[in-house]
Ligand binder design. Structure first.
Ligand code: NGO
Length: 514
């Protein structure tokens, strides 16, 4: 008897201290506040739900956004979901009109009889649709027909981003990733309203984009990867396919050619880029800081001009990323001369420069953006450089850091980063002395020394990248770990049906079955 009552007490204690996740079924109504990133404002209408049925139709002022939504709904509901040419009574309407908050803002209204997204620009409609996707039962993200029903909780969301820059970076140089793998990642990050994908296209271990005037960069410099794994490169047509795939998902591609360091693949491909005129062998290790373009040779600047010129011509976005990090085998004065000329060259090709924050050691153009990747909150040179900063502090935002010591992939040089660490900082107040107005946004870089497959990418990015997306999108007034981990947990079943290989952090209350 005594044992039984002690057990009962224990069970009650356990039940009250462990938050038991709601067992959502594939067709349950999603809570109106279950969206990641948290909307600027959300007002649920208690007891109201809209049902997607076999007669639901879609109208859109931005045809591509409407098509994407209809295609996805057809796939999982099996309903015809026609696109119609006038707003359907009782259907889903995506309208351009006037809302406050700029190009990416939107307003979403769900009543018992209709769903309406209103935005100034197609980008806003796209964002509104990403919110709508998260308000649908998670089975709606399935690639195959599911039984339904398809309720959407009623209410109004009025939403706009905190920052204009919400990015992810994929290092396709240390390991090469196919067009299909990059597009898969684009699909995954678009759901969290990220709007930039930075591709690290060159490094010591590989050059990944065809440059017609320097063909050996791709054919020879692209033949290797870390650890002797297969190399690869994108043709210009493939790169442009990635750009247009991203564009239709409100994502701008930022290509990076890292220079003057991190250039062994280029130096190995062309002897004339080396000061001694001798090409080094290709490199498949993971050391950094040993390579440098020859800053005193004029051919180096011809090279930079032709590479950036060809890249600018196939890049519709406004930015070129010139790297500039860890140039420890370039003399400081040479670094300055080189980076100053490289910035002028990029500007002459009509592009704005982004550099890793080391670029402040040169004389950055007034428009040059510094990407902060330090491990401390203090860097006076960056904070006082008087320019825009993208926040990627390595100890918070580097997706290649392990979650904990047991994580099978990744590195630890900037520490370990559990989900709560990735979420628990304010990009607007992180770097001491940097005026909040200089913060342009947040980016989660994924370096791939240890990352080889899409499953690896997903394991490191999910769930930390959605945490960073929330820091970049949501007003800081919504910042609340307890609420966030519930909302994040609700994404688990969605990732499962999407086939995303996410890390089941024990910090998150994942619903049963996810
Ligand atoms: C550093 C380095 C990269 C590494 C990465 C690994 C920057 C900007 N340069 O970040 O070459 O791949 O760390 O975490």
């Amino acid at each position: 008897m005594k044992i039984r009552s002690t057990l009962t007490v224990l069970v009650i204690l356990l039940a009250s201290s462990v938050s038991v996740p709601q067992s959502a079924t594939a067709a349950s109504v999603v809570a109106f506040d279950a969206v990641v990133p948290a909307p600027a404002s959300a007002s649920p209408s208690a007891g109201v739900t809209y049902q997607i049925t076999s007669s639901t139709a879609v109208y859109s002022d931005a045809p591509e956004v409407g098509d994407q939504l209809a295609r996805q709904l057809r796939r999982s509901t099996g309903y015809p979901i026609p696109i119609v040419t006038t707003p359907p009574a009782g259907g889903i309407t995506l309208r351009l009109g006037s809302v406050s908050g700029g190009d990416e803002a939107y307003q979403l209204d769900v009543t018992a009889s209709a769903i309406t997204v209103l935005a100034n620009r197609p980008a806003g409609l796209f964002n509104g649709v990403q919110t709508l996707r998260q308000l649908l039962p998670y089975a709606a993200d399935s690639a195959t027909v599911q039984p339904g029903p398809w309720p959407v909780p009623g209410g109004r969301i009025v939403d706009q981003p905190r920052y204009p820059y919400r990015g992810a970076m994929l290092d396709v140089a240390r390991h090469f990733f196919s067009v299909a793998a990059v597009e898969r990642y684009i699909d995954q990050i678009a759901l969290y309203k990220l709007n930039y994908l930075h591709l690290h296209l060159s490094d010591d271990q590989g050059w990944r984009i065809v440059i017609d005037s320097w063909p050996r960069l791709a054919t020879y410099g692209g033949s290797t990867a870390v650890g002797g794994d297969p190399g690869g490169y994108y043709t210009k047509a493939q790169y442009q396919e990635i750009v247009s795939y991203a564009t239709s998902r409100n994502i701008t591609i930022i290509p990076e050619i890292d220079m003057p360091g991190h250039t062994n693949a280029a130096l190995a491909s062309y002897a004339e880029l080396n000061c001694d005129g001798v090409a080094p062998p290709l490199y498949t290790g993971t050391e950094v800081g040993f390579s440098s373009l020859c800053t005193s040779k004029e051919i180096t600047y011809t090279f930079v001009d032709q590479v950036l010129g060809e890249l600018a011509a196939i890049t519709p976005g406004p930015y070129l990323h010139l790297g500039g990090d860890e140039a420890s085998s370039t003399q400081p004065a040479d670094y300055k001369t080189f980076m100053n000329r490289a910035q002028d060259i990029a500007a002459a090709h009509g592009k704005t420069v982004i550099g890793w924050h080391d670029v402040v050691n040169a004389t950055p153009l007034p428009t040059t953006i510094a990407q902060y990747w330090g491990t401390t909150q203090r860097n006076t040179a960056v904070a006082t450089a008087g320019r825009k900063v993208i926040m990627s502090p390595a100890s918070r935002a580097y997706l290649d850091m392990k979650y904990n010591r047991r994580t099978p992939l990744g590195q630890t040089w900037a520490g370990t980063i559990e989900v709560r660490d990735a979420y628990g900082w304010d990009p607007g107040a992180y770097l001491t002395g940097l005026p909040p107005s200089q913060v342009m946004g947040v980016e989660g870089p994924l370096w791939t020394e240890t990352i080889r497959t899409s499953a690896d990418i997903e394991y490191m990015a999910f769930p930390r990248l959605p945490a960073l997306a929330e820091l970049a999108w949501s007003p800081y007034s919504t910042h609340d770990w307890t609420a966030f981990k519930q909302r994040l947990g609700a994404q688990g079943p969605r990732w499962r049906v999407m086939g995303v290989n996410y890390y089941h952090s024990t910090q998150i209350a994942w619903p049963a079955g996810s």
